[in-house]
Design a protein around this ligand. Sequence first.
Ligand SMILES: NC(=O)c1ccc[n+]([C@@H]2O[C@H](COP(=O)([O-])OP(=O)(O)OC[C@H]3O[C@@H](n4cnc5c(N)ncnc54)[C@H](OP(=O)(O)O)[C@@H]3O)[C@@H](O)[C@H]2O)c1
Length: 244
Amino acid sequence: MERILRNDRPCWVLVGGRRRLGRALAEDLARDHDLVLTSSEPWGGETWVDDVSRTARIRTLQWNAEHPDLVSRMMADLDTLEADGWVISGAILLAGTFPASPLGTWTSEHLDATWRMNLSFPFLCAQALAPRLAEGACLQILLDTSIHQPWLQRLPYSAAKAGLAALVPGLAQLLAPKVRVVGHALGTLLPAEGSDVAFLASRTLLKRIGDPADLCRAVRFAADSPFLTGEVLTQDGGRRWVDR
Ligand SMILES: NC(=O)c1ccc[n+]([C@@H]2O[C@H](COP(=O)([O-])OP(=O)(O)OC[C@H]3O[C@@H](n4cnc5c(N)ncnc54)[C@H](OP(=O)(O)O)[C@@H]3O)[C@@H](O)[C@H]2O)c1
């Protein structure tokens, strides 16, 4: 256990740890973790990062799915972290996009972009991180309840998340017993701009949308559950059990 801890603080990588759910997770985890946060853009000016840096060791990186040198940059950054003594005991892949793409609007460019961001990027991040994860680490991947019932206006996105639903058990087999892999299939926690929240809530059994705290609890549960791997945990308020 000593190998993966620094003064009892695990070090986790949050890919897409700057905004929205990534930021909510980072702020929660920084209470008792050191964090490596990635963003597609250069960092600077985030007062919340300065705030959490008072208690946690924070390293910020720029990993952009669209960048042609993405893989070599990830490798170089992970080498630097290792050389600087960071031992990574957890990683969460959050980065994604949520594009509306109704039937009739699909083009190869649009499909490539959606799948590059929501499927290829998590695959490449998982591949880069896997050999760097410490014994006992947990790799967690953000999916969507669309793996159970696809979003009909967002089928390319839903197909990408279905691909990640195959990655979770596959990677769990490839990385066991050293590293565990867990997915989170989420219903709406932070609605996209312009969403009809009341409608989304009405389409769940619990008649509400979720909250970033629901995800925080689940990632801590997964990290603390050494017999859990290859599973996708669904938190969608029962969306998939609502009659259409
Ligand atoms: N929000 C929800 O209610 C919800 C529901 C179901 C599933 N999820 C899943 O949960 C995860 C987080 O969702 P979210 O709503 O917080 O965020 P999101 O808007 O889906 O995106 C997450 C992050 O991806 C990063 N990103 C965008 N383009 C990128 C690029 N080219 N290269 C690298 N990173 C890029 C962005 O961070 P930067 O701008 O800093 O790069 C963005 O903050 C996603 O995988 C999403 O599919 C969310």
